[in-house]
Write a protein that binds this ligand. Sequence first.
Ligand code: ADP
Ligand code: TRP
Length: 322
Amino acid sequence: MARILTGIQSTGVPHLGNLLGAIIPAINLSKDSDNECLFFIADMHSFTTVRDPRVLKNNTYATAAAWLSFGFDTDRNIFYRQSDITEVCELAWYLNCFTPYPMLANSHSFKDKSDRLASVNAGLFTYPVLMAADILLYDAQIVPVGKDQSQHLEITRDLANAFNYIYKDTFTIPEIDLDKKSMIVTGTDGQKMSKSYNNDINIFLPEKLLKKQIMSIKTDSIPLSDSKNPETCNVFKIYKLIANENQLNQMKSNYINGNYGYGHAKNELLELILTKYKKQRVEFVRLMKNKNLIDEKLKLGSTKARSIAESVLQRVRSNIGY
Ligand code: ADP
Ligand code: TRP
């Protein structure tokens, strides 16, 4: 049985890129009965930048509702809110006292964020230490992450090894599971889809608003009657990731045969999203209207997570000499 852990920052409603690139693959991993999965909402990491309490709270609900609507089984696995298990802050402190300053100063993600943001706080600087605490607090064995997080995982492994060198057998050293296939979903402007580029498709929106997002996908100006190249078209690039083989072949020939405009393709993409994700869209809205249901699931997860966290933290305290 492998213990798999990963965190998801709650920075808004998860978009199609988050779903196809991270959430659905992680849920698939959790279906293997050989795995025990701990997935949590990293709302303390979100606090490095979010300052509006309602936004912070609502982002957590929207993120949780997305996972739940795609069928994440919270009875068989552990799904929790990072801020519910404050033991992580105690462990982060012990790890802070083990972290060489240059290790954090050289972090790519810190350099990138501190270049972009007007105000840079110490939480942003020690972000990787909290992340290490997230992982080590649960004796995680495997941590699936995207390429952008691999340096944070190296920091976690370095800290755990340095700690174990002095305080023997304290931490389980986690393995990185780098998502090599890492599907990149294109946004409405043709760049990588991201909340920060304002080019995302939110499949949970009411139909009218979803249509507006899909209609805003950038296309070229080849006339309706002409043949078009599906592979270079932003609409087709998105359609391709969710359509089945028949639907795909049909759209391909429509593009090539001509007399098929981008408006037609966009309408088909909209229809496909509405039918393929019909159940999830309904469930997302139901959960967002009944946040107590989300709270119940997260509470159950926190109880399970806390029992692991307490025993690991006890081991750390005792090894340190407290
Ligand atoms: P965003 O860029 O929208 O802020 P995050 O950086 O919070 O997204 O990413 C959360 C997860 O979703 C990560 O695992 C990331 O790899 C995945 N992800 C984000 N955008 C995409 C995309 N366009 N295509 C595929 N996966 C994505
Ligand atoms: N930093 C991760 C991200 O931005 C989220 C995260 C926080 C995480 N703690 C973690 C991921 C622990 C894996 C393990 O995507």
